[in-house]
Structures are given as structure tokens and as C-alpha cells.
Design a protein around this ligand. Structure first.
Ligand code: FES
Length: 359
């Protein structure tokens, strides 16, 4: 028994982790690219905020606030003209960076601007940065950072829990494996302030000849996750011979559920054999994905998370909570900073439950 851990009282409760009133500033998936044609405009609600998305004739996607800065008409009722959006009510027109470029009843437009948001298309999805200027890259699989790869959209699913709860299940060693505590655990590495990697290597048994023969296949982690912005995470599973790469793009919805878009990734391969190999990897990845999703998720959907009695094998969970707590929280719906700038600096210098994590 890890008495040292069990006897500790929890001094502070996490403020951001598993909190539906805030989220972390970052990149979030919006809709699949194919769901928005050229000249099409749609209303969307993301992380509580009303927005409008459209695609101009230059194929570029624009995401702006939903309400017209003149009198508040919903711009989702408007029309796309070239690369610009015209309000349906009094026909004021705004360009792709939100500048008002035409007011029909005035000779000159007024110097006003509709709020627009940084937007990128990747992995078959449209993504939005929920702040002024992107501070970190779009989520990516660390192992594929410098490789050529292909991505394929998988299914979408909804779970009755916060994205953080879904995330921690993937590194919850007690939940995952019923093996003695000393044999389990993850190595942690912070990639940047918004991304953290947890890796698990296969244990080497030097006495067995068969293990020595296959050791070259296990140089890299057999199971590795990278969490981005406390929402999306990537997962790598397999040996150096065959590896499956996944991305679970996640976000919280109005009903306090997590909405997940799954993505498969494979290294790019040339020729017909490469095409066949890619199809095989897609089939394999899909099978692994089904296995993961068929795990007992019911328990996650019914739990009220409260880590009252952490023990040693919960360390990776506490490290993930610490990582989430250190990031910049925005308020649900307004997307304004969820704490004062002074507090922001202080919060980033301290960690949640430091003495337990050696974080
Ligand atoms: S409300 Fe949009 S132009 Fe008047």
C-alpha cells in the first residue's frame, strides 16, 4: 500500500480540470472541410459562443462572430459575395478579416470591424484558435512531425462526460491493466506549454533469447499519447514494425458532453504496394479503434470525478491535471480570460498538489 500517498489530504481542488464553465485557449475542431462548400455560410455554436462560418470564392474559410455590428442581425442569414459576407438585414458587407467594406446607404463604409478568428484546415477538418493569435501549433502526432503522412476522418461520437475525464482514462493504469503496480506507469514529457506526452515502453527481459531477438522492434514506445489543449489527444499503438496512429479531436458541447471526431493517420507510402499497405493499416487502425471504443466507457459516463485518495500509480493522472491547470483558461461562451492577468501569472507558477506528483 502506498501509505504516503493515501494519508495525504487534497489541499486544493483543480480549478480548470473537469470544469464545464471554462476551457483552455487553443485549437478546436469545428466541422469537416467537406461540410462547407464554396459560397456557403453556416451558423455554428462552439464552446458556448455563437459564430458564423463561410467559404469564399478563393476557397478560404472565414469564422466570425455571429451578430452584425450594426444592429445585431445573425450573419448566418447573410450571403457570401466573392470572399466577403453581406448581412441579410441592411446589407452591410464585411471582408475576410472582418473589415466593413460597404454600407449601401452611405458613400463610405464606417471604420468598424467584425470579430474574426484564426482558422486552419487540416486532417479533413476546419479548426479554430480561440484567442487572438495562435501561440502553439495545431495538434499533431509527435512521431509523425517530420514525416509525410496521410489522414482519414473516422466516426464522430458523443460521450456523457467532460473531455478531461475521457482523456485521463487513456493513462489510468489501474483501469487499463490489472498487473502489479510496480510494473506499470508512464514516462512524461512536456512538448510545449499546451502539449504533454505520456509514453509506455515494453519491459525488457534480458534472460529470454526470444526477447533479445525481438528487442529491435521495441525501441520506441509501444503506447504513447500526446494531449493538446486539454481536449484533443493523439495515440500511437504498436511495435516499430507496425504502428497505428490516431487523433481524438474533442470539445465540450452545450449539454456538457464531449463530442469527438476520430482521425486515422498513416505514413505515406508509394506505389501500389504502398496503397495496399495504407489500406491494411486503415483496416488495422479501425479494428484497434473499435476495440478502444468498446471498452467499458459506461463507468466514465456515470462517474463524479473526485480524486480524494491518490496512490502512486495515479501519478500520471495527477501530472495530466497539473498540466491542464497550468494552461490559460477562457470562460465558456464569452471566451474571455477566466481569471485576472495577475492570477494568471501566479497560477502558472504554482501547481496543483505539487508534493504528490514530483512534477
Ligand atoms: S443589422 Fe446587419 S446591416 Fe444592419
Amino acid at each position: 500500500m502506498d501509505a504516503g500517498f493515501q494519508d495525504n489530504k487534497v489541499p486544493h481542488k483543480p480549478k480548470i480540470f473537469n470544469n464545464c464553465k471554462s476551457f483552455i485557449e487553443g485549437w478546436y475542431w469545428v466541422i469537416p472541410c467537406n461540410d462547407l462548400g464554396i459560397g456557403e455560410v453556416k451558423p455554428i455554436t462552439l464552446l458556448g459562443r455563437k459564430l458564423v462560418i463561410y467559404r469564399g470564392q478563393d476557397k478560404q474559410v472565414v469564422i466570425c462572430d455571429a451578430y452584425c455590428p450594426h444592429m445585431g442581425a445573425h450573419l448566418g442569414e447573410g450571403t457570401v459575395e466573392g470572399n466577403e459576407l453581406r448581412c441579410a438585414l441592411h446589407h452591410w458587407k464585411f471582408n475576410a478579416i472582418g473589415v466593413c467594406v460597404e454600407i449601401p446607404c452611405l458613400e463610405q463604409p464606417l471604420p468598424l470591424k467584425l470579430k474574426t478568428w484564426p482558422t486552419v484546415e487540416k486532417y479533413g477538418l476546419i479548426w479554430i484558435w480561440t484567442g487572438e493569435t495562435p501561440q502553439q501549433p495545431l495538434p499533431f502526432v509527435p512521431e509523425l512531425e517530420f514525416q509525410e503522412y496521410e489522414s482519414f476522418l473516422g466516426s464522430q461520437l458523443v460521450m456523457n462526460c467532460h473531455p478531461h475525464i475521457m482523456m485521463l482514462s487513456a493513462i489510468d493504469t489501474q483501469y487499463f491493466q490489472r498487473v502489479p503496480a510496480l510494473d506499470i506507469g508512464f514516462e512524461k514529457q512536456e512538448l510545449n506549454p499546451n502539449a504533454i506526452i505520456f509514453s509506455k515502453y515494453r519491459r525488457q527481459n534480458h534472460d529470454l533469447l526470444i526477447k533479445k531477438i525481438f528487442r529491435p522492434l521495441y525501441k520506441n514506445p509501444i503506447y504513447s499519447l500526446c494531449y493538446w489543449y486539454g481536449s484533443t489527444f493523439t495515440l500511437t499503438v504498436g511495435t516499430d514494425l507496425r504502428r497505428c496512429y490516431f487523433m481524438f479531436a474533442a470539445r465540450l458541447n452545450e449539454k456538457e458532453q464531449v463530442e469527438i471526431q476520430t482521425i486515422f493517420l498513416t505514413k505515406k507510402r508509394k506505389g501500389f504496394s504502398g496503397w495496399l499497405s495504407t489500406r491494411f493499416m486503415l483496416w488495422l487502425s479501425n479494428s484497434v479503434m473499435q476495440e478502444l471504443l468498446n471498452k467499458d466507457v459506461k463507468v466514465l459516463q456515470n462517474m463524479q470525478f473526485n480524486l480524494k485518495t491518490p496512490i502512486k500509480v495515479d501519478q500520471s493522472i495527477m501530472q495530466l491535471i497539473n498540466h491542464v491547470e497550468r494552461q490559460k483558461p477562457l470562460t465558456w461562451k464569452t471566451w474571455l480570460l477566466a481569471r485576472s492577468p495577475d492570477t494568471e501569472i501566479k497560477e502558472n507558477q504554482t501547481k496543483w498538489r505539487d508534493e504528490l506528483t514530483n512534477d
